[in-house]
Design a protein. Sequence first.
Length: 542
Amino acid sequence: MNLRPQLVQAVGDLGFEDPTSIQTAAIPLLLSGRDVIGQAQTGTGKSAAFALPLLHQLDPATNQIQGLVMAPTRELALQVAQAFESFGCHLGVRILTVYGGQAYAIQKKALKKGVHVVIGTPGRLLDLIRQKALDLGAVRHLVLDEADEMLSMGFIEDMEAILSEVPAARQTALFSATLPPEIRRLAGRYMTSPEEIKIDQEQRTVAAIEQRAYLVHGDDKLAALTRLFEMEEITSALIFARTRAETGRLANELTLRGFPAEALNGDLSQDARERILERFRETRNKVLVATDVAARGLDIEDISHVFNFDIPQFKEVYVHRIGRTGRAGRSGVAITLVTPAELWRLRKIEGYIQQKIDMVPLPTIEEIQARRENQVLDRLQVWLNRGRCRKEREMVEEMVAAGSDPVEIAASALKMARAEEKQRPIPPIRDVSADTGREKRVSPRRRDARRRSDKRESAPRLSHEAGMVRLALNAGREQGIRPQDVVGSIAYFADIPGKSIGAIRIEDKMTLVDIPAELVGQVLANNQNYQIRNQSISIEKA
């Protein structure tokens, strides 16, 4: 590909030999100066696809920002920055990552000293631009990474504001797993005759993966998961949860129930993340609970089970998740917990992968108890076959000589051996049918009409949309609050999908926002963290 020798050396040092499909397609186009739209899933090597050509075209002797990369989250921005630093280690380029939560002073100091590439989240980038700390006047290469994620988090207006600050004479690359109309409109407005690349999954599902689904009430998911852990032959498991808060809670609950687990989420430092992954690779820890964003870039070959604790919102994400198992010719198991209201998502996934996912009944209490007994007997048989219990045999012989019954001794020993099972009670699970609690879906047009109706209400303290709860923010029009600010802040700090947020009503000194009832606790739990335009914001029920 005629890359600089320093880049070729770095790629070799990292152990890469052959480019992935997205790299083969995108790198030559970007090196030729073309604008590129790349549609590919996470885990396909997108970071190298734009990092290598961008680094190739930089001038390290010029002390200006020449490259800008926008990413939806702190975690992804840090991962992209790590890729740039790894590939550019022999070039002497300076990389800066900027994101919310880090002190402005640190970022401003680095910018003042001079950097070649800035990688950041839209909110913090825009803040630094408005504070005159970030000058994008010399940028010649712009990358929008995971553009659909930035859209879903409510960053579209921030993205456009940043794009307007970058010179028109630039090269733009946009990478996204999906290309919704809003992203295509953005590309049409800010890109010049882009070359479009679409990398399909070579296999939408891997033949070696056994796929199963279990129908449960939402409140019974943890109980269902622990039952499955009792019955599955798990060597290592990756559990996907929807939010950062859920990963921590789930890892703690599993550990308390006798299944040690660790959480992988965006709250971790890079060092902590690497330590957790190292323990997982070495099977010192067999269970990892992660969000989709935190699991990006995770490359571990021998995961035996993938659990969808929360069914993914997008069918493409399902394929990417379950592809973590069944690698390198091994077999694998993918298990999805589905509530009655989510059955339509499962049907869409089945249509996409053109394969039926078996709906299987959960293990019963009797089946779990029988398995526990069989496991104890199997372990006992192993020791009997080994014949290495000389000291214990002497102890039994002494007890028999003292008048104890050998059968009673054996029964008591088994009782002691099974004592830890009391720490793992088998929780009951309610019966559920496909017709229970079916979700009533509302068309986007009808939902927009409801939101307009909300705005006309004079005292909108209660949500007019079924399943939504109205919350109040202590800032409004006088503080310059915009709808996209509300969506972006709640989506980021509460770690919920921006698309799930309902009607927003901005008044002079307060803002009212509708949140799905099942996410209200999560939103309120993060009440100390919310910030909009460098202002601390509190949220409470309206």
